[in-house]
Every structure is written in structure tokens, then in C-alpha cells.
Design a protein around this ligand. Structure first.
Ligand SMILES: [Zn+2]
Ligand SMILES: [Zn+2]
Length: 281
């Protein structure tokens, strides 16, 4: 049986201003200045005026920096994804250190722990490699004074313990937050910023939705993590930054506020933690 490719979701009703706190422009089809501009034009058309494009490996990291140089609506975050932690060598460490200081790089990430792929993929770094690389990235974020952007998959306890033991940098962003209310509370008390993706809009995400209700406005971000995690009711369809307003409206409903007020808080928080300003239109 062949599956038909699913169509991209229709454009949402515009909602401005918004910043996509975590996306992957290359995986969304960005290749050169023109294709990146096309993705960002589409996003800007519905109110998403800036994005942070995040790297997985060294090739992706170099590309993310280039994309951020091509277009002032794109900012970069660079690191080795935990599944690629085995790529950390003296040479790559030196290159990542230089990239982290680049003015268009606004965060060190995504780094952290991913236990989901352990044993499922031969390419996935071992637990020990992940812990070593995570600690190295924590130190790098402190060294360059930029936020640490965390990827966490099925590793809640170890992740929080490593952060506490190593000493967290001033700003920690829990990208695509996936914990329950208790983990959210612990993160909030530690001063971390929680970034919610389309998963918070999924109809069966009861625990995650409970978590999303207790985060203070100034510790809350929203992201697409595109091309994955497309918000309800387009789950399974291709995702891009222009889909962000769907998730913001779902979050506003959960938090019993209106989308416009929430957008203002989310954008103020993104501008503060990444130290960026939306380009004036
Ligand atoms: Zn991630
Ligand atoms: Zn990601």
C-alpha cells in the first residue's frame, strides 16, 4: 500500500508579532538565500517575523550560520544534537566554540540527552558520549554567555541532574518541552524557560497541557520544531514556521487568555532570552 504525501496545512489566520523559537530551516527545504527567504516570507505573511534555526550536526551548524547571515529574520543555534554527540572531537569542539561566538548565533543548542534513540538507531551516540557532550555544551554556553537550548527525550531526571551538577548557565531553554506538570514546576522554579511545540495541541496530550498552564508568561516560548510536530488538526502533515499561530491559539485556550495578549508575552520573552529584536517592517 502506498501512502499519499500529505499536503501542507493551509495558512492560519495571521497573528503578530510572533517568533518561532526553534525550527530547522534546512530540513524544511531551505537550501540557498532564495529558498530561505521564501520560507521566511511565508511565515512573515501570517505574523511570524523571525525564527531561530537550529543545527543537528556540523554540516547543519555551518549551514544554519550561513542562513542567519543571508536573512536578518533568521537567527542560528549551533551544537551537536545528543544523537550526534559522538562527533565531538578536538577539531569539532574548536569549530563549535568559534561558531558559538558568531554574532548571528543566539544560543548553544540543541544539546541534551536523547534516550529514545538509544539502542533503536546504530547511529545514535552512547549514553556516555551524550553525557560528555552535554556537559561540554553547558560549559560552552557559560563561556560565551549565550542561552543553552536543551533537547530532552525520555531523559527528564538525568537531564535535570546533570544540569544541576554541572551548574546551569544563566538562561536555559527547554525546547519542545515534553514533561508533566511536576517536571514543569521544577524547571520553572529553577528559572528555566519552557518552549512548547505543536505537541501541546494534540488531543491526547493531557499531561503536557497541564504543564503548559502553570508556566509564567515570562518563562514561556513557542516553537514549531518544523518540519515535524505539526499542530492539531494537521498532525502528520509537513510543518513550517508559518504554522506557528495554530499552536499559539491552542496555548491561549489552554491558558485561558486571548491569542493576541499571549503573542505579546511570547515575543517579549523570545526577544529577551535570545537578545534579538524583530526586524521593523
Ligand atoms: Zn530537539
Ligand atoms: Zn529540533
Amino acid at each position: 500500500m502506498s501512502r499519499k504525501p500529505r499536503l501542507p496545512p493551509p495558512d492560519p489566520e495571521p497573528l503578530a508579532p510572533l517568533i518561532d523559537a526553534h525550527t530547522h530551516l534546512a530540513a524544511c527545504g531551505g537550501r540557498d538565500p532564495e529558498s530561505v527567504a521564501a520560507i521566511l516570507d511565508h511565515a512573515q505573511g501570517v505574523g511570524v517575523g523571525a525564527v531561530v534555526t537550529v543545527a543537528d550536526d556540523m554540516v547543519d551548524a555551518r549551514w544554519a550560520v550561513a542562513a542567519a547571515e543571508w536573512d536578518d529574520r533568521a537567527h542560528a543555534a549551533t551544537a551537536l544534537h545528543p544523537t550526534h554527540a559522538g562527533d565531538l572531537t578536538d577539531e569539532t569542539a574548536e569549530e563549535l566554540r568559534a561558531m558559538a561566538r558568531h554574532p548571528r548565533v543566539v544560543a548553544v543548542g540543541e544539546t541534551g540527552l536523547d534516550y529514545y534513540w538509544l539502542g533503536k538507531s546504530d547511529d545514535c551516540a552512547s549514553k556516555q558520549q551524550q553525557h560528555e557532550a552535554f556537559r561540554w555544551h553547558i560549559d560552552l554556553a557559560k563561556e560565551v554567555g549565550k542561552p543553552l537550548m536543551i533537547h530532552n527525550r525520555e531523559a527528564d531526571r538525568d537531564l535535570l541532574d546533570v544540569l544541576a551538577a554541572e551548574g546551569a548557565p544563566e538562561t536555559v531553554i527547554m525546547h519542545c518541552f515534553s514533561g508533566d506538570e511536576a517536571i514543569a514546576r521544577e524547571c520553572v522554579e529553577r528559572g528555566y524557560v519552557l518552549s512548547f511545540s505543536g505537541t501541546v495541541s494534540f488531543t491526547n496530550a493531557t499531561e503536557l497541557q497541564a504543564a503548559a498552564r502553570i508556566v509564567p508568561d515570562d518563562q514561556l516560548l513557542v516553537e514549531t520544531d518544523a518540519p515535524f510536530l505539526t499542530p492539531h488538526p494537521y498532525r502528520g502533515h509537513p510543518n513550517q514556521s508559518y504554522c506557528l499561530p495554530y499552536t499559539v491559539r491552542a496555548l491561549a485556550d489552554l491558558r485561558d487568555t486571548d491569542a493576541q495578549t499571549l503573542a505579546g508575552h511570547l515575543t517579549a520573552t523570545a526577544e529577551r532570552v535570545y537578545r534579538i529584536a524583530l526586524p521593523s517592517v
